[in-house]
Ligand binder design. Structure first.
Ligand code: ATP
Ligand code: MG
Ligand code: FE
Length: 334
């Protein structure tokens, strides 16, 4: 079974071909970060236009790299939400055109289901499981009772982790996206400037990062006003320690309460070295298998969309040609 998948939910255009849900034959990714960097974030109109410009040659490139002919494809999958509506529309239109012309089934995929099932490209997932999803737009603890069945048990009440990383990085004059830079600086720091942690109500699995972000921005502004040099590395470490402490503590508690056989990490912030190390250490202590995607599959790519689409292929859950781009698509009803 060859599934061709398309991902255009944000600022990465990607086309992949995955064999039998697990073997990546090609995974072509074209990132627009260079374009958006000068604006300090993603500009939706520009993102859509670049998807339009890239999608055709990327489809050809993905087929060539996979050494698969159009006639050999089994289904066309596409991210139909959540994301920027104009960006999603480009992928959805391309996928529908292909499915119609080739008379192939069309499969709509939730972007976060893709981030979670990126892990299945490396090893089979076991259930029940708990997934910690940390990305530019999402911070969620997800309970997977069985394959493809998601229940959100906690989520951020304000900023997503990646968003908070990018905002504090901007205050430190680091280039966009700032997450990897904060991660690097945190590793260079010898001591931290301690910042607060938002635990919320005792039993809550929700998150909040806006207080931490403000606390950090206050320190930055104060030292600017006093004309002092910014202690970027110490601040980065303080920020990263606060984020990791809360994420890891809540994820471990959820894994225990829900009897998870595996703890799954997913999303762009899963690339964070400090987070990976802290989770690995805590999981090892209690003998809980931790499933972490390889770095290349953490940020947006279409191979993860094909991996999630394979679940729907097995259940023959196909979309009609009126499939819509849904900016707020729900993971529980994907
Ligand atoms: P979503 O998946 O929620 O729709 P998105 O697709 O924009 O959002 P991803 O591509 O999954 O987000 O992840 C991008 C985010 O990951 C950015 O905010 C980036 O700063 C962050 N990120 C990438 N690498 C690291 C790292 N090493 N440490 C911290 N954050 C990181
Ligand atoms: Mg992105
Ligand atoms: Fe993403």
């Amino acid at each position: 079974v060859y599934i061709l998948a398309i991902e255009t939910s944000c600022d990465e255009t990607s086309v992949a071909i995955v064999e039998n849900g697990t073997r990546i034959r090609s995974n072509v990714v074209s990132s627009q970060v260079e374009t958006h960097r000068r604006y300090g974030g993603v500009v939706p109109e520009i993102a859509s236009r670049q998807h339009v410009e890239s999608i055709t040659w990327m489809l050809q490139e993905a087929l060539e790299q996979a050494d698969v002919r159009l006639e050999e494809l089994s289904a066309i999958a596409v991210t139909n939400g959540p994301g920027l509506v104009g960006a999603l529309l480009v992928g959805v239109a391309a996928a529908k055109a292909l499915a119609f012309a080739l008379e192939l089934p069309l499969i709509g995929v939730h972007h976060i289901a893709g981030h979670i099932y990126a892990n299945q490209l490396v090893q089979p997932l076991e259930y029940p499981a708990v997934a910690l999803v940390v990305s530019g737009g999402h911070t969620e603890l997800v309970y997977l009772e069985s394959e493809g069945k998601f229940r959100i048990i906690g989520q951020t009440r304000d900023d997503a982790v990646g968003e908070a990383y990018d905002k504090v990085a901007r205050a430190l004059n680091l280039p966009y996206p700032g997450g990897p830079h904060i991660d690097r600086l945190a590793h260079e720091a010898e001591h931290e400037i301690e910042l607060p942690r938002a635990w919320l109500e005792g039993d809550s699995y929700d998150f909040s990062f806006s207080g931490l972000k403000s606390a950090m921005l206050n320190v930055v502004n104060q030292s600017r006003m006093r004309g002092e040099a910014l202690q970027s590395a110490q601040l980065s470490l303080g920020f990263q320690n606060s984020v990791i402490d809360v994420l890891v503590t809540k994820a471990m508690r959820a894994a225990a309460e829900f009897g998870a056989k595996q703890l799954i990490l997913a999303g762009g912030v899963a690339a964070n070295r400090g987070l990976r190390a802290a989770l690995a250490a805590r999981c090892e202590e209690i003998g809980l298998p931790l499933i972490v995607p390889p770095l290349s599959l953490c940020t947006d790519n279409a191979a993860m969309i094909a991996a999630a689409a394979f679940l729907k292929w097995n259940k023959r859950e196909f979309a009609e040609l009126d499939l819509k781009a849904e900016p707020l698509l729900s993971l529980e009803k994907w």
